[in-house]
Each structure stands twice: as structure tokens, then as C-alpha cells.
Design a protein around this ligand. Sequence first.
Ligand SMILES: [Fe+2]
Ligand SMILES: [Fe+2]
Length: 392
Amino acid sequence: MRLSRLNSKLAVAKMAVFSLSVILLALSAFFLTFTLETLLYVLLFTAAIFLTDLIVIKASKDSRIRASSAIILTGIFLSTGKIQPPVIILSVSFGAFLSWVLLRENVLSLLIDNAKRVIAIAVAAFAIWLWFSLIGNNLFFSRISAAILAAAIYFAAETTIESLLVSLADGPAFKAAFSGKVRLSALVYFTFSVVALLMAMMFRWMDFWSILIFSLPLAVIGESFKLYLDINSTYAATIKALSTAVEAQDAKKEGHAERVTDYALAAGRQLGLYGKELDRLSYAAMLHDIGKLGFDRDNPTHAKVGAEIINQVDYLREVSPIIKYHHHNNGGKSDIPLESKLIYLADAYDHMVSDDKLARKDALNKIKADKGLVYDSRVARAFVKVMEGKSA
Ligand SMILES: [Fe+2]
Ligand SMILES: [Fe+2]
């Protein structure tokens, strides 16, 4: 029931985004001054956008960053001069059309992706226009500040629409989706904005050649970001494989690590953890029982063994102490890492619900009763709060 209500909301949101983009596209076609020059710009921008679009950086499951964002930003920066906003809006859409025809990309995700960008372009171009009409466009300061403003607004608009759709698709809450995307892609967008600023400045002397010339370094930058994010996803895949290996020893344990990770992350967010802290928590939770690998039955020293194994791996070294203490009764102790306390409680909860078949409500009552004795009070409070919210 809840799911279908969410999905219908998602469908409505997608339709709204799509319709808005169609309106903007129609307005663009209507207001474009058809001269040979503008048509040539549309053609050139379309080609540049399509070609740089070939570098698609996957920031996460639902989030893509395209290197062509830099070309689009250049167009927006120039939108009070030679390049009118309709030129960019039409070029982006033609670029998406080419991706569909030539690359056979999924038409629905292309339409939504394109809609997102069209709306973001319109909002950012409007912001520049407004800014210039407020403070004039003669000063160097006004041009630079307008560029910063436009880049920030373009990024914010795209991210807002994307996070909204992700959270409606039964993903994380809007705020979490938004900050997650910002964290992953702020640096990429910042770099693209700087390149775009250079392209726009050179445009005065070199006209479209500036875009062609800067496209190559842009492609290199895009490619390096892609490699960097690919490495991160390789880490995640390795960790998943290791935790599956532990669970493969015991059929009853299937899904345990993933559930513990979900619980621990939810409570961790509630406690205000973010960014790298959440990454660390999730790696530790996925691998908390790695010390059981190779032992027949529950091995009481598995926390220590696991910590030693993980300590050998360079990029996981910080996670080792968290694993070491994940079985310490931590009611009143303050010298135990917060992440260990979260995993301890998440692990206990999963045992109650999955192994002992306790009802969620009873398990939570047990945790409330043991708060401060077995479990850290603050952690237990946060945990109960999120879990009660989830089942409501
Ligand atoms: Fe354990
Ligand atoms: Fe466990």
C-alpha cells in the first residue's frame, strides 16, 4: 500500500519534470532567433555535448555525472551575450536525441535526464539575467560572481530534482540523498565549472574554437574522475564478496551482514554521522564477522581475529578497531568507538529478530530495557527512534 502510494507520487513527479522540460523546449524553439549563426551554434553545441556525454561518470546507483555539464555551463555563462539560453536547451536535447539514436540508451532515463538538465539550464540562465539586471554586467566582479552563482544554481537545481526522484523511488530520505550526491559530485562539478569559466573567457577571442580546444582536457578530467569512482566501487564490491564468504559458511546467517549494515547506518545517520564516517561504519558493519571465516562454529575470538585480518588491508585499516570491539558490552564504557557500539546493537537486534524470531516491537522493548546497561544509552535511543519510525 505504502509502496504503491510512493510509486504513484514518483510517476507524478516524473511527469511534472518531463512536462516542464517540454514547455521550456517549446519556448526555446519559439524564442530562438533563427539566423545562420545561431543554427551553427546549435549544431556545434550539440556535437560538443554529444561527444563529451560519452564520458558518463557513475557517482552512485542512481546518479550520473556527465562531462558535458562543463559545455552546458559554458553556454550558460555566455547566455547574456552571444549564446542565447534556447541554444543550449535545444543543443542538450538534440544531444540526448543523438544518444538515443546512436547509442541506444534507455529512452525513459534519457528523457528524465534531459528534463533535469533543461530545467537546470533555464533556472541558471534566469539567475544570471536577474543578477546582471540588478548589478549590471560591466564589472569583472559582476561577471565572475554571476558565473559562480549560475554554476551553483545549475548544480543545485539538477541535484534537487535528482534527489527528489531518488527519494520518491523508495530510496533514502531527500536530505540524505541530496547531501550524498553533493558529497560525491561537488568536486567534479567544481572542476567542470572552472573549465567552463575558462572556455567562456576564451570564447571572446576564439569563438567556438575555445570549446573545441578545451574539450580534450575536459575529457581527460572526466576520465580520471571516472577511474577514481570506479576504484571506490571496486572496494565496495570486494567488501561485499568477503562478507558473502563469511555467510556462505552458515545458511542461517544469509543477509546478516547487510541487515546489520542497514540498521547501523540508519542509527548512525540519526546520530549525525556523515560522509567518511558513514563509509567507515558501513565497511566495518559489512565485515564485522570476517573473523569467523574458516572456523566451524561461533568463535569467541572472532572480533580480535577479524580486526587483525582487516588491519592487513591498507584502505581498511581504520575499520580494524571498530571490528575489534564489536562484541564488547558497552553500556557505560566511553572508550569504545561509537561505530562499534552501533554495530553491537545492530547485531544484537538482528539476532533477536532473525534468529530468535522475536517481534520487532518486543526486540525494541528489550533494547529499551537494557539501555545504559548492555547498550550505550545514546546509541540505543537513536536506534529505537529510527526503527520505530521505520515500522510506523
Ligand atoms: Fe560478531
Ligand atoms: Fe554478527
